[in-house]
Ligand binder design. Sequence first.
Ligand SMILES: [Fe+2]
Length: 235
Amino acid sequence: MTLSPYRHEDAGQPPSHFPPYAATVARSPRAPLIRIPQTLTELSGPAGAWDQLMGPAVADLTRQHKGEPIGQRITVSGRVLDDHRRPVPNTLVEIWQCNAAGRYIHIKDQWDAPIDPNFTGAGRVITDSAGAYRFTTIRPGAYPWGNHKNAWRPAHIHLSLLGPAFATRLVTQLYFPDDPLIEIDPIANAVPLAARGRMVARFDIATTQPNFSLGYLFDIFLRGTEATPFETDHE
Ligand SMILES: [Fe+2]
């Protein structure tokens, strides 16, 4: 007997099975998820000790090498908020992205775009007492990904959030407001239309740093009617 794909019930989140995003066909669950009882290990740690575990913040991805990476500098800031718009401090926000030409430093990324020797594309910051985070990087490029004929991912930054415990991890993608690829991207379009805009950062002149970087705002809602769409995997 073939079971049909299991769908979770949150209308604002992407379904695990979304055939236009080809990889979801094979990896989406076919049966309701099994709840695993959480124990002290999952519930208690390592709250508030992310910097001791992961090392100090890496908040400027343009200064990790001898020279400056090629590309448009941007500064991204925002807050992590709960369903009552209360700030969520001590949240580890991990960042990964491709370079300005659309290439990751990754063994599986071998398409014909240059590696930037001055850009790794990985960083991390921790939200402060107001739930705020901020980092500087370069704007990532679009890249081809082979999902279908002439498939290109819109420019995006991957973000992973870890809150009070390992079991609280959430992963999402930040998109840019002037990107024509969003509307034809199967990953972005797996998110219901009403919630899709929550993944798009907003240009902000107040976050823009004179003679240095363009500023974008990206607030992340963990739950509730404004919840940011999250994923269980990434491309
Ligand atoms: Fe990506």
